[in-house]
Write a protein that binds this ligand. Sequence first.
Ligand code: HEC
Ligand code: HEC
Length: 295
Amino acid sequence: MAARPGLAAGSRTCVALLLCLVASAVAAASAEQLARGRYLVHAGGCISCHTADRDGAIPLAGGRRLETPFGIFYAPNLTPDRKTGIGGWSDTDFSAALRHGRAPDGSPYYPVFPYPAYAGISDADVAAMAAWLRSIPPVHNPVPAHELPWYLRSRWLMLGWNLLFFDPQPFQADPARDKDWNRGAYLVRHLGHCGECHTPRNLFGARDDSRELAGNAAGPDGGKVPGIRQDREQGLGRWTLDDMLLFLELGMLPNGDFAGSSMSAVIDDNTSQLTGDDRRAIAVYLQSLAPLDSP
Ligand code: HEC
Ligand code: HEC
C-alpha cells in the first residue's frame, strides 16, 4: 500500500527532473548561440563600420561616416532600438540584408555594405549573429542620411548593379583541401571580407575576383591596399606562418612596424578577437594563394 504514493512521488520527481534537464539544455544552447553570435559579429568586422568614429561611441550604434569614391555613407544603428535601429527585425529580414543586400521593404542596399562577401555566410552563423544583436541593449541613435551625388540617390539603381555584379552563392567547402584551409577560405572570403579592401575593383566598384587579394590601388579610404597573396615583392611571399599569426593578433609587421590606416581597425575589432585556430586557418588559406602574373 505504501509503495504506490512513493512510486507516484518518485515519477513526479522524475518528470520534474526531466523538464529541468530539457529546460537547461535549451537555455545552454541559446547561451552558446549568443556567445557564438558575439564572436561572429567580431569575426565579421561589423564593429569597425557600425560604430561612430569618436571617443565614447557605443559599439554598433551606427553613425560612422564612410567616405567612398561614390559618396559619403553613414553606417546604420544595429542595436535593437525599434525607431533608429533594427529592433523588431525577424531572422528573415536580417538574413535578407546580410546575404542578399535587401532591406525589409525589398529595396537594395548600396554595396559599401559588404553583402557581396557576406552572401556566403552559413544559415547557422546568420541566425547566431541575429540572436546576439537582438540581445544587446537598444540605443536610440538616429543616423544621418547618406550624402550622394544626384545620380546615385535612388537605391533602386542598385538593382541594376546587383544584376550585373552580384550572384549570391553559399560557401562551398573544397573537398580536396583540409579543414583549416576551408575554414580560412570561409573567414577570408565571406565573414572577414578581406577582399572588400585587398581585391581590385572595376569601374563600377565591383570586386574583380580573378585577382583575389592581389592588392587594390584605390582602397576604401582612398589609399593603396597591399596585395596579400604569396608574391615575394608585393605580397606575403617572404612571411612565415608565425609572421602572419603575429600580424593578425597584434598588427605587427615582420619589420617591427605596426599596421596603419583601415587595417588597424581590422586587427583591433576583428582578427585580434579570433581564436588562435581561426587565425591559423586564415594564415593557411593566405599561404595557399600563389602569385598572379602582373595585370
Ligand atoms: C565596410 C563597412 C561595413 C561593414 C564591415 C558592415 N556593414 Fe553593415 N552596413 C554598412 C552600410 C554603409 C550600410 C547601409 C547601406 C545602405 O544604406 O544601403 C549597412 C547596412 C547594414 C544593415 C541594414 C540596416 C538597416 O537599418 O537597414 C544591417 C542589418 C547590417 N549592415 C549588418 C551588418 C553586419 C551584421 C555586419 C558584420 C557581419 C556588417 N553590417 C558589416 C556598412 C558596413
Ligand atoms: C577596411 C579595409 C581592409 C580590410 C577589410 C582588410 N584589410 Fe588588410 N590591410 C588594409 C590596409 C589599408 C593595409 C595596409 C596597412 C598599412 O598601410 O599599414 C592592410 C594590410 C594588411 C596586411 C599587411 C600586408 C603588408 O604587406 O604589409 C595583411 C597581412 C592584411 N592586411 C591581411 C588582411 C586580412 C587577412 C584581412 C581579412 C581578415 C584584411 N587584411 C582585411 C585594409 C584592409
